[in-house]
Design a protein around this ligand. Structure first.
Ligand SMILES: Nc1ncnc2c1ncn2[C@@H]1O[C@H](COP(=O)(O)OP(=O)(O)OP(=O)(O)O)[C@@H](O)[C@H]1O
Length: 581
């Protein structure tokens, strides 16, 4: 367990008075409950001494009823306070985790896998919440009920030596805990980890369900998912075996105490050293005490589980984003030029550089076309510009400032980036297009939809721009999705527009229409158009051809044709209707 318990200790410190109140209520309820056997013992002795009397039965019944009501009200109120605190903690913890996730980089997510993170947000948070609600109730209940019982036994004149002898077997419980505790915890961690792997697998299988169906490989998908479930089952069984053994051992010791009380207590009662009432009270006390002892076992199990979960949550919350604002971070200039000087970049953990020694200067307001084979480094260039990954210091400059010294928020909020696989959210088309600023008026949203040539298909839906997308809404075609994502990019204001192969799923005629609509847009912004199609970049002020991370050709469309290199052959192939790869 790490020493850093910050999120939990902070929370408890902040709400200590509620916890104190809850603990006080539970203690009061324990005292009420512990009075019960004593009253029954007194009743038995009174019966034996003077026979049954009507007023006595009524009096004792009223006392028992009062004890019962007091116990229920006090315990209920205490439990409610603690549960409420637990739920509030759960809410706060999920908020903090999500806030943290939103600061972490793409690299972090590709390294971790979303299943693990989702599992933390659900299972780990639940487990910690349980420990601070049920854990507090159960621990307080167990400790104070046990103590109250001992005190009440002494007040009832049950001899100390009899009490000690009867509870001796229960003293073995801490030793059991020490033995089982770490083992249970280790197995619980394996269960949580296999649950995370299963979530990952389920998420991927469900996301790829369309592909699976078109390939008719459902059995393979089921088999793959099944193996992750089998792993959980094995780990769960391991855990269940160990915790069952532990949970069975605890009540067994309670039962052993009862046997001793019958033997020794019974003997003392026969000898006349304790009253029959005392003997009955003793057995009832031991019966009550086996409950708290079992609870101690459960609490220990729960604490073990939640200890591992809390460690994971704290580790996540302590994660430092690998891309951060520098101390001298400044906003992006109003109309920045783009300069790349000697840019080389290798992805973390990769052997081969994705970009090699790139030099380039694009004046503000100009359009740069980027072409090249798949994997040649086109998207990597954009990721470095957006600081999805940090480029080496002094290699990428915007408006005369190293991008590493431009604040991340200003950089990303003012660069309109349209990726190839534009993910759309399960909300209305209007909200998707006005994603960067929900207050954009409908006319503007419609204008951007016209620019992206998606207006007509949208207004054909009965709800037009209020049509909901996603699982419970309309499913757009690939080309429609891409154009909606393009409209979303165009709705974002800012001095730089980047289209990353964002017209690949639209036909050539529509692409030409969109490009014509963008002429005005491009004059006001520095524009980068990445494409496999020459037609998309041929109007650019400059075009670069990337190959294996290097600029191998550059110039205007005309100049590149004259060079008769890769670009010229791509053009020729595409003009002839063939596809260059
Ligand atoms: N996150 C990553 N980690 C490691 N390597 C990566 C990562 N992303 C891309 N690469 C590698 O970097 C190289 C360049 O990839 P990039 O995505 O920039 O190519 P691209 O030219 O945009 O390709 P495409 O036209 O297919 O989109 C490829 O070899 C790719 O495998």
């Amino acid at each position: 367990m790490t020493k850093d318990r910050s999120i939990l200790t902070d929370y408890v410190r902040e709400h200590w008075y509620y916890y104190l109140l809850a603990v006080a209520l539970i203690i009061a309820s324990n005292i009420a409950q512990a009075a019960l056997p004593r009253v029954l013992g007194q009743f038995t002795d009174a019966l034996l001494a003077g026979g049954i009397r009507y007023d006595m039965i009524v009096r004792y019944s009223l006392i028992l009823a009062a004890i019962g009501i007091a116990y229920n009200v006090l315990f209920g109120a205490g439990q409610f306070s603690v549960m409420r605190l637990g739920r509030k903690f759960e809410f706060a913890m999920r908020q903090s985790l999500f806030r943290k996730f939103s600061t972490l980089s793409e690299h972090y997510f590709s390294r971790q896998g979303t299943g693990k993170l989702l599992s933390s947000m659900t299972n780990d948070v639940n487990s910690v919440r349980e420990s601070i609600s049920n854990g507090v109730t159960m621990t307080t209940n167990a400790v104070f009920l046990f103590l109250s019982c001992v005190v009440m036994m002494l007040l009832s004149h049950i001899p100390l030596h009899l009490i000690v002898v009867c509870i001796i077997p229960m003293i073995a419980i801490p030793f059991l805990v020490v033995y089982f505790g770490p083992r249970i915890r280790k197995r619980s961690m394996s269960v949580q980890e296999s649950l995370a792997v299963m979530t990952d697998s389920a998420e991927e299988q469900l996301r790829g369900i369309r592909v699976t169906k078109t390939f008719a490989i459902e059995p393979t998908a089921r088999e793959r998912f099944g193996s992750t479930v089998d792993q959980i089952k094995d780990n769960q069984l391991h855990l269940v075996r160990m915790s069952s053994l532990f949970q069975a051992a605890v009540p067994f010791l309670g039962a052993l105490s009862l046997v001793i009380s019958l033997l020794y207590g019974g003997y003392l009662a026969v000898q006349g050293e304790i009253t029959i009432g005392n003997f009955i009270a003793l057995t009832l006390y031991l019966r009550i005490m086996s409950g708290p002892l079992q609870q101690i076992g459960n609490v220990i199990n729960m604490m073990q589980r939640s200890g591992a979960s809390l460690d994971r949550v704290n580790r996540l919350l302590g994660e430092q984003p690998d891309i951060q604002d520098s101390e001298q971070a400044q906003p992006l200039a109003a109309s920045p030029d783009l300069k790349l000087s000697g840019l080389s970049f290798t992805y973390p953990g990769s052997e081969r550089p994705a970009l090699k020694d790139i030099h380039l200067h694009i004046a503000s307001g100009q359009t740069l076309g980027i072409v090249g084979k798949t994997g040649s480094g086109k998207t990597t260039l954009v990721k470095l510009l957006l600081r999805i990954y940090d480029p080496p210091t002094g290699t990428v400059w915007l408006g005369g400032t190293d991008v590493r010294d431009i604040s991340i928020n200003s950089l990303r909020s003012r660069i309109a980036y349209v990726p190839q696989d534009g993910f759309l959210f399960s909300t209305t088309i209007r909200d998707n297009i006005a994603f960067s600023d929900r207050s954009i008026p409908l006319e503007k949203v419609e204008n951007h939809a016209r620019q992206a040539m998606i207006y007509e298909p949208i207004v054909r839906f009965p709800d037009k721009f209020d049509t909901r997308l996603g699982e419970r809404g309309v499913t757009l075609s690939g080309g429609q999705r891409q154009r909606t994502s393009l409209a979303r990019g165009l709705a974002k204001t800012g001095p730089i527009l980047i289209l990353d192969d964002s017209m690949s799923a639209v036909d050539a005629v529509t692409e030409t229409g969109i490009l014509a609509n963008l002429v005005q847009e491009r004059k006001q912004r520095t524009t980068l158009i990445i494409s496999h199609r020459i037609s998309a970049v041929k109007q650019a002020d400059r075009i670069i051809v990337l190959d294996e991370g290097r600029i191998v050709e550059q110039g205007t469309h005309q100049q590149l044709l004259e060079q008769r290199g890769i670009y010229a052959s791509m053009y020729q192939l595409q003009e002839e209707g063939l596809y260059y790869e």
